[in-house]
Design a protein around this ligand. Structure first.
Ligand code: B3K
Ligand code: ZN
Length: 880
């Protein structure tokens, strides 16, 4: 497979003025007729050939300006149709036959259960018809869909519809016109027996927009939350970014078989049904929050992605990083800002830092790729969002808004690069971001080492910051970057007023206990004056930069931060650092076979959290959550390799110690948080349920009484959050009989609800029991599983390999073999999902005593007779 480089970008030889498409949908094939109104690009080389992408297409007809082309007038291979001498202005007509029913890759036009649907980003449109399938070729689309009226009463595409027409033979036809020029990746088509929920939104400019969510009839009562979320998003984007919706209709469709969460097609967002359907009895709080966030994310793309799109796929983070930042701020405004930040940072640290430290590391703006589908990564999305957040921090909210206004105004209707985004921010604010741009080009997680010195006589505190960044594939040396370090100084009675010595940079803020320092050199010292006591520095408030931080805090310092620091993120982070320290001691004691002694200050601090009814329950729940085993393994990887078994044992042991030390407090807190209020997915209720279920988990871990409590919660719960939490507690800590009975009962109750059944698969895949692998193998043959459905594959196989470390890393290597077996089966069917599943195996270098077995499975996959481009790229990099 060929490597594609960013530096080889060339403007398209032809531009598209208009695209007319007709789809004739049948039960065993579809015929696509296109008329492309082409014009030579004045900016391109005047001799350049017309190139159209196309894959797995049967060409029935090709003509230019009404004249059929002779075979020697064009050239065709597996991926490209080239016409060397096309007139400077012409209409190209193509007819192709495709087979959506046989399309298992879920890319292009395919069938999901009874409906036709599309997924074109990044390069799926080329599986529909011959087309210049690149994001910098944008055109207006006119789409005609013809299908059987009874089977497919609803026919949807982008833009606005004309009235439907009846045809002969029980067929019908609908035409759609999208006036906004768009690249092919934003094209969408849906045909099916769908029903909808409808609402309306009046935009700030007075446009009345019809909002519809299309689902199967049985799911009509699961759309309310997504609709509310859509309306909230539309309002928020007007208020926060001044962005108004631009069509008369906005449609969302729920589809069961979908490779990712959702897709922002212009005016016709297509969603994985797991990211749109909600109902309190079948959806957890996390599910409600996910739906709200994803609905918002896709809606926000209408401006950050659709109106202003990407010039080429190396710029993917231009739309994804910015849109994730936008949706994170939306969620923060709708719920608990601190908890949202904690969740995002946890994901960043566990998944993105790991990616940045592994063989797939790449910059936010990559320089090369083999298969673009492999680059929809946590680096492009989450680190990309952190980069935008840092710009927001450096400019402040007002200048950032001016920058985004300028960006949208300047580039509306264009396909641009990350550079244009940064330049708009610079031009609007006057802030120089030249060094900051390194965040787009350098991969790897920077390491920040901080040290403090207090001079009591001079009442001066000096903070010294030093940065470095590890080598990553292809980038042995890194330059120092601009790192915004938000901080406060904590004294015995609260945060101290901050006064930087005269010549020191560090933006003044309204709050004199908060500063954002700008670290730009390798090492810099910042001097604070008038500091009347030795402070504890509260560093990286709000996680102001995606870096690792080292500072030699004492246990007492961390306890002080946990209980008194003003910034919620720092308070949580202190709890995690303390937990890491205790876990590392425990691992050492276990490895040395000596008695395990848990730091009493840690236990005391947790007890204080539990006992204080005035604290935000959501925060307390997060502070009681110990760092995940996967994250502990990542950290251990840097220190000679992870021992999964010791990590698991240490974490379990610490959890048990906490559970028994505070059994009464957990029980009190659990009782205190009982509510009689009717279920609502509000921040307040979500926080209370989250702490209550955290207590339940510790109680169930502590013994029979707790398990009894879990059982009664399981039996009587009226919402899925409480029901599933109880099931988890029983599945994780209960005796075999209780566990199996609860699992059987849960399945019997919810057999008809696919999304609930997927949760059931997930709970079992993640159980730390000795026979978990055998259970997973057995579930592969269960009627609830279907390898063709990505949600089911993720629930069973994804959960097993990512959330069940002791079983995935079984000493006999069977966990690795199981994953490789599945990937082998999937690669020819759905290469995108196959490549994604590979991630845990790519970390083979991190595991002490297991690496070779993991590598052997990668090698086995590399030796398959045919390997997709997606899987090839991951294997190639992981084995390099
Ligand atoms: N833009 C899509 C992702 C498409 C992934 C294609 N393999 C969803 C999103 O980020 O909103
Ligand atoms: Zn997106």
């Amino acid at each position: 497979p060929k490597v594609i480089y960013r530096k080889e970008y060339q403007v398209p030889a032809f531009l598209l003025e208009r695209t007319e498409l007709t789809f004739e949908l049948f039960e065993d094939h579809a015929v696509v007729t296109s008329q492309l109104h082409l014009r030579r690009n004045p900016e391109a080389d005047s001799g350049a050939a017309l190139e159209l992408n196309g894959q797995e297409l049967e060409l029935l007809e090709i003509a230019i300006d009404g004249r059929e082309l002779a075979p020697d007038e064009y050239h065709r291979d597996d991926e490209l149709l080239t016409i060397a001498r096309a007139p400077a202005q012409c209409v190209l007509r193509c007819r192709t036959r495709i087979h959506p029913q046989d399309n298992t890759s879920l890319e292009g036009l395919y069938k999901s259960r009874t409906m036709f649907c599309t997924q074109c980003e990044a390069e799926g449109f080329r599986k529909i018809t011959y087309f210049p399938d690149r994001p910098d070729v944008m055109s207006v689309f006119d789409v005609t869909i013809e299908a059987d009226q009874a089977l497919y009463p609803v026919l949807l595409s982008n833009g606005n519809p004309a009235p439907p027409e009846a045809l002969a033979n029980g067929r019908h036809r609908v035409r759609w016109h999208d006036p906004h020029p768009k690249p092919a990746y934003l094209f969408a088509l849906v045909a099916g027996d769908l029903h909808y929920v409808e609402d309306r939104f009046r935009t700030c400019g007075g446009r009345d927009v019809t909002l519809r969510i299309y689902v199967e009839e049985k799911d009509l009562d699961k759309c309310a939350h997504a609709m509310d979320s859509l309306i909230q998003s539309m309002r928020w984007d007007e208020e926060t970014y001044g962005r108004e919706y631009d069509l008369d209709i906005f449609n969302i469709v729920a589809v069961d078989d979908f490779n990712m969460g959702a897709m922002e097609n212009k005016g016709l967002n297509i969603f994985n049904s797991s990211c749109v359907l909600c109902r309190p009895d079948i959806t957890t709080d996390a599910g409600f929050e996910r739906v709200q966030a994803i609905v918002a994310h896709e809606y926000f793309h209408n401006w950050s992605g659709n109106r202003v799109t990407c010039r080429d796929w190396f710029q993917l983070s231009l739309k994804e990083g910015f849109t994730v930042f936008r949706d994170a701020e939306f969620s923060a405004d709708m719920g608990s800002r601190t908890v949202k930040r904690i969740e995002d940072v946890s994901l960043l640290r566990t998944a993105q830092f790991a990616e940045d430290a592994g063989p797939m590391a790449h910059p936010v703006r990559p320089d090369s790729f083999i298969e673009i589908s492999n680059f929809y990564t946590v680096t492009i999305y989450e680190k990309g969002a952190e980069v935008v957040r840092m710009i927001h921090t450096l400019l402040g909210p007002d200048l950032f808004r001016q920058g985004s206004d300028l960006y949208f105004e300047r580039h509306d209707g264009q396909a641009v690069t990350c550079e244009e985004f940064v330049r708009a921010m610079e031009d609007a604010s006057g802030v120089d971001l030249s060094q900051f741009r390194l965040w787009y080009s350098q991969a790897g997680t920077p390491r920040l080492v901080a040290s403090g010195h207090y001079d009591a006589g001079a009442a001066r505190y000096t903070l010294t910051l030093r940065q470095s960044c590890p080598a990553t594939p292809g980038q042995p040396h890194k330059e120092p970057m601009t790192i915004p370090v938000a901080l406060g100084l904590l004294g015995t009675a609260g945060n101290l007023p901050l006064r930087l010595a005269d010549d020191q940079p560090g933006g003044e803020t309204a709050d004199n206990t908060h500063r954002v320092l700008e670290l730009s050199r390798e090492e810099q010292s910042f001097c604070f004056e008038g500091v009347m006591e030795a402070p504890v520095p509260a560093l990286l408030r709000g996680f102001s930069a995606p870096v690792t931080l080292e500072y030699d805090y004492s246990t007492a310092d961390l306890c002080a931060l946990m209980s008194r620091e003003a910034d919620g993120f720092v308070r949580w982070d202190a709890s995690q650092q303390l937990a890491l320290r205790v876990l590392s001691d425990t691992q050492g004691q276990l490895a040395a076979d000596s008695a395990v002694v848990v730091e009493p200050q840690f236990l005391e601090a947790l007890g204080a959290l539990l006992a204080d009814p005035d604290l935000d329950p959501a925060m307390v729940a997060e502070m009681l959550r110990l760092p995940a085993e996967g994250y502990l393994a990542e950290l251990a990887a840097g220190q000679g390799g992870a021992d999964v078994d010791i990590i698991h044992q240490a974490r379990q042991m610490l959890r048990s110690t906490i559970a028994s030390a505070h059994a009464d407090l957990f029980a009190d807190c659990y009782q205190r948080l009982v509510t009689s209020a009717p279920f609502a997915p509000t921040a307040e209720q979500i926080g209370a349920r989250s702490l209550r279920n955290m207590c339940l988990d510790y109680l169930a871990l502590d013994g029979a009484e707790g398990l009894q409590l879990a059982q009664s919660q399981f039996d009587t719960a009226t919402n899925m959050t409480d029901r599933l939490a109880a099931l988890q507690a029983i599945a994780q800590h209960g005796p075999d009989q209780q566990r199996d009975a609860a699992l059987a009962r849960f399945y019997a109750d919810w057999e008809q609800e696919t999304l609930v059944v997927n949760q059931w698969l997930q709970v079992q895949a993640a159980m730390p029991v000795a026979d978990a692998l055998e259970r997973v193998r057995a579930l592969l043959a269960h009627p609830a599983f279907d390898i063709r459905n990505p949600n089911k594959v993720r629930s069973l196989i994804g959960a097993f390999s990512n959330a069940n470390p002791v079983n995935f890393h079984r000493a006999d290597g069977e966990g690795y073999r199981l994953l490789a077996d599945i990937i082998e089966q999937l690669d020819s069917r759905n290469p995108q999902i196959a490549a994604r599943l590979l991630t845990p195996l790519t970390k083979w270098r991190n595991y002490r005593g297991r690496g070779e077995q993991m590598r052997a499975q990668l090698q086995r996959l590399a030796a398959m007779p045919t390997v997709s481009r997606d899987v090839y790229e991951v294997l190639d990099k992981a084995l390099a």
